[in-house]
Design a protein around this ligand. Structure first.
Ligand SMILES: O=C(O)[C@@H](CO)OP(=O)(O)O
Length: 249
């Protein structure tokens, strides 16, 4: 029997700061660009990966440009623009329903602290659905091939997990099983959904989980693709500070 290859390393990265992040706006599936600071964060993430000797063999992004451009910047900083990159709507940010495009401070004042926290961080509560035709995927050609039952009007974090886990099983896990270093550049809530799954977090820990922009999070695995140790941010102090800032938005 040939011995199994040791699994590869997974690096999760939330895109750099977007214009909506900077403006305190619920983003979801809106396709906003990075700010200049966000571009700098992505380049710095590339340098952190290089310093840690983590050179991606393959990358995966959502179909939203803040993740696409962040991945491009990371790979260019590493001189690895040539690796294969796959894009999927399954890594998109959580669809924020009727909150999409609204200012967070305004929603919090209207809905109250408790509902605001449930909408942002609970596992099961989805925001109210978007009025049909007012938010992507409506009218956006990148989603033209999505079947009607995969076109969200809102999503809870559990809904995000349900659409993301097939991608983990079909693409991310097989890349890792082949020993590849796998870079996933995605979003605050799609990464919360993946981390909650990988770390088997109970709902109360999911509610307290915040992912900072632009700081790589490294996972090493056992042969059956369970985390071999707690995942590590490549800049832990900056990650703690930035995650607290996200929590208090
Ligand atoms: O607006 C969003 O789509 C997300 C991530 O930016 O925000 P939050 O951290 O409130 O879930």
């Amino acid at each position: 029997m040939t011995p199994r290859q040791p699994p590869g390393v997974l690096v999760l990265l939330r895109h750099g700061q977007s214009t909506a992040n900077a403006g305190g706006v619920f983003t979801g599936w809106i396709d906003v660009p990075l700010t200049p600071d966000g571009r700098a964060e992505a380049l710095a993430a590339g340098r952190l990966l290089g310093a840690a000797g983590l050179l991606p063999d393959v990358a995966h992004t959502s179909v939203l440009r803040r993740s696409i451009v962040s991945a491009d910047l990371v790979l260019s900083a590493l001189g690895r623009d040539w690796i294969p990159v796959r894009r999927t709507w399954r890594l998109n940010e959580r669809h924020y329903g009727a909150l999409t495009g609204r200012r967070k401070a305004e929603v919090r004042a209207e809905a109250g602290e408790e509902r605001y926290a449930l909408w942002r961080r609970s596992l099961d509560v989805a925001p109210p659905p978007a009025v049909p035709g007012t938010a992507p995927p409506a009218g956006d050609p990148r989603y033209a091939g999505l079947p009607p039952d995969a076109r969200p009007a809102t999503e809870s974090l559990a809904d995000v997990q349900a659409r993301l886990l097939p991608y983990w099983a079909d693409h991310l896990a097989p890349d890792l099983a082949r020993g590849r270093t796998v870079l996933v550049v995605a979003h605050g809530n799609s990464l919360r959904a993946l981390v909650a799954h990988l770390d088997a977090l109970p709902p109360e820990q999911v509610a307290a989980l915040n992912i900072p922009t632009g700081i790589p999070l490294r996972y090493r695995f056992t042969p059956d693709l369970r985390p071999a140790e707690p995942a590590q941010y490549l800049d832990p102090e900056a990650a703690t500070r930035a995650a607290e800032a996200v929590a208090h938005q």
